[in-house]
Design a protein around this ligand. Sequence first.
Ligand SMILES: *Cc1c(COP(=O)(O)O)cnc(C)c1O
Length: 403
Amino acid sequence: MLLTQAPSFLPVLPPVNSAHRLALAPIATPHRLLLGPGPSNAHPTVLEALARTPIGHLDPLYIELMGEVQELLRYAWQTDNRLTIPMSGTGSAAMEATLANTIEPGEKVLVAVKGYFGLRLADMAGRYRAEVVTIEKPWGEAFSLEELEQALLSHRPKILAIVHAETSTGICQPVEGIGDLCRKYDCLLLLDTVTSLGAVPIYLDEWKVDLAYSCSQKGLSCPPGLGPFSMGPRAEAKMLARQGKVPNWYLDVSLLNKYWGSDRVYHHTAPVNMNFGLREALRLLAEEGLEAAWARHRSNAERLWAGMERLGLELHAPQHLRLPTLTTVRIPAGVDGKAFTSHLLNSHGIEVGGGLGALAGKVWRIGLMGYNSQPENVDRLLNLFESELPAFRPGAALAGAAV
Ligand SMILES: *Cc1c(COP(=O)(O)O)cnc(C)c1O
């Protein structure tokens, strides 16, 4: 028998361009203590959950896990809302979902802006072709019920959107009473709870909030990647009565609910590992209990506030409106705030945020969220402010040179 070489069916390929072919070592990130506006450090057992082998997104075990995540989100938010799901995406995706599903073109949306994230809500609402009306307060204040009622009365919007915990200013907007006003003026209440869920008291149903969203990486001790979303019956009715389709396929709650509801119909592949992580984060929250988690955030924030004031630093937010998860500290005159935060990061592995928008260059933003809200972290940061900040004060270099 004659042995011939088997014919090759391999196509002849053009040469590969290796210009972008990096030769990298496996990833090795340093340990950082994330005390900025987010993300916050994840709880170690959440990281373990993320590292588990994925299971199918239609696996009965996964379907069971989905129900657990939904139920625990309802607990965290204090709501019975059926349509409570984690959006695949960060907090901004869930923010967009609240607007995309409920706005119909030309409808009036009132956004109460008192910081950066209010501006983002107004921008997004406009992209869904709402007629956006804004009322504004200086960055560092909250709205009163009278101001909100006045605006509802004069603009008659279909939706009032407001941020509960404004991460750009460190202000906690009092919410009680706003839901009643919205019902009185036949409007939906949309609340951003990105920096409050799991850390600051929220009673979605008692406050008559119709739409809410959050994120995984701030108060919930999980990495970024999921955006919890909740829609109450009034908002659902508005969604069901819409004339046209929801103008965003990915975030369409009526489609998503075919997967998260009882049908379990494929919509998009759920980020299963992120949901493992969120389940663990919410399990930890339920184990601790909301009251205990809220009290822990409060007491560690108070420890930080007292410590900063002891060091002669000024807090930007008035005491009665201060947000336990995010503290804005005024940068003292003559100090290069960015140089100090770079020093904290590079020499001590601690991240602290700078100001945004109207507060750029004026404040540092210190986050104590979820797993990071611990007295040891507060003390470590205060000690560094005490020992290292003097070198950044005006005249410090001269004084040093004179020695
Ligand atoms: C962080 C934040 C967001 C956006 O969330 P992402 O997860 O960054 O998309 C929205 N609103 C507020 C108040 C925030 O702090």
